[in-house]
Design a protein around this ligand. Structure first.
Ligand code: FAD
Ligand code: SF4
Length: 373
């Protein structure tokens, strides 16, 4: 069952064999497989549950429903905006469904520097095969690339730069272009579509609008979780939710997982918790074309340019500056575009009036990311 804890009588006390904190790409599969293996599982999710028929494709409604801080979260120095999901399904609800394998050079580097000798390349490949089958990853046929993506392809062809089509996990996609606001057509093979029905069928419980505040331990072992039910509008605590469990899985995203571990005072012999956050900041380049582009129509991000993407440095083969730049089409809906466009007043309005002629490319770091504090 899926419950909205903000509507339940509080305080709430529950017990389970396993508590999973966070219901995104990491947490939902763990919860599902453990429930199917016979454990009683409770998933705590800070965000709400938004089914496809409640997704209305409006930025002002969907961004607060699906994204942490409505998509406005930034680093302490305000230099980098960090988008993260906050809903049942986590960031898989609003992400773009683009599926790529980690390059072999990066895997080799991790083997060498991160103690992952027990995960040889063939093992990764087998795991990828399994995941890609589960979430039905396939190449997006060229006939379905929109004009926005084809312009990048044409640019690459003109320059002789390498590029190619991308693979996605979507089935039944009608190409509405609203992926980042949640799919009203349930075409994204995300955590909610692929795993949530299995989890519920196996008896798993999802408590939405519950924020875990502390993992509890006794004698060095997890014994439960302290949490609060939160208000759907402003996130304020409404009452306590206490769970007793001999196993706790913290899968609350790259930022909240270390924060929760540190807040809980869990043992950290290596002292590395919270020290290695990496993001891939995206630099946006935009152009206004004579012909309409209508970049919001169709499947986003189906073509990549790999001219500046080179992982040889990771494999110990040199350190060419700028070699980890990945060029992909990126587009924002009107509100998002308006916040990113420079200028104000009349000039800004005139730019927005050319919205249907705009195209953007993002140049994120294409590998293990930039380290941030
Ligand atoms: C705009 C955007 C587009 C993306 N596009 C792609 C793409 O095309 N392809 C791709 O591979 N990746 C993409 N990603 C990245 C991908 O979605 C994430 O890497 C992935 O979802 C991370 O999984 P996760 O389980 O670590 O965290 P998430 O999926 O973010 O889930 C974490 C969950 O934990 C919850 N949570 C956090 N703290 C607590 C707490 N204290 N108590 C309870 N719950 C808590 C959060 O609310 C959230 O729902 C995109 C991300 C964004 C933001
Ligand atoms: S483009 Fe496809 S996956 Fe994205 S919102 Fe539209 S129908 Fe859903």
């Amino acid at each position: 069952m899926i419950y909205d804890a903000s509507r339940l009588p509080l305080p709430l006390r529950l017990s389970a064999d396993l508590v999973v904190i966070g219901s995104g790409a990491g947490g939902m599969p763990v919860a599902t497989l453990c429930a199917e293996a016979g454990l009683s599982v409770v998933v705590l999710e800070a965000g709400g549950f938004v089914p496809p028929d409640a997704m209305n494709q409006r930025e002002e409604r969907m961004l607060p429903e699906l994204l942490l801080d409505s998509g406005g979260q930034v680093t302490v120095d305000k230099a980098v905006r960090i988008h993260q999901g906050r809903a049942v399904g986590g960031s898989t609800v609003h992400n773009i469904n683009l599926c790529k394998r980690i390059p072999d050079q990066i895997l080799r580097e991790w083997q060498r520097t991160r103690g992952l000798e027990h995960l040889p390349l063939q093992r990764w490949a087998a795991l990828y095969d399994e995941v890609e089958q589960t979430i039905q990853v396939s190449a997006v046929p060229r006939a379905r690339w929109n004009r926005h993506n084809r312009i990048l392809e044409a640019g690459c062809n003109a320059l002789g730069w390498p590029g190619g089509g991308l693979s996605h996990n979507r089935t039944g996609c009608i190409g509405s272009g609203f992926c980042e606001l949640g799919c009203a057509y349930d075409a994204k093979n995300n955590a909610c579509k692929v795993f949530l029905p299995r989890l519920v069928a196996a008896g798993g419980q999802v408590l939405s609008r519950v924020r875990a505040t502390r993992v509890l331990t006794e004698g060095g072992r997890a014994v439960g979780v302290d949490a609060v039910a939160v208000d759907p509008v402003d996130g304020h605590p409404l009452g306590s939710v206490s769970l007793t469990a001999p196993r706790v899985c913290v899968s609350a995203s790259a930022t909240d997982t270390p924060a929760l571990l540190l807040r809980s005072g869990l043992p950290d012999p290596g002292g590395e918790t919270g020290q290695h956050l990496r993001v891939h900041p995206a630099l946006i380049a935009a152009g206004i074309f004579e012909e309409p582009v209508r970049a919001w129509q169709g499947i986003p991000q189906t073509y990549e340019c790999t001219e500046l993407l080179d992982f040889s440095a990771a494999a110990g083969g040199g350190d060419k500056p700028g070699s980890r730049i990945w060029i992909v089409p990126a587009f924002a809906h009107p509100m998002g575009t308006a916040t990113m466009l420079p200028g104000y007043g009349k000039a800004h309005r005139e730019s927005m009036q050319r919205y249907d002629h705009m195209r953007h490319v993002a140049r994120p770091d294409g590998g293990a990311g930039q380290r941030v504090r």
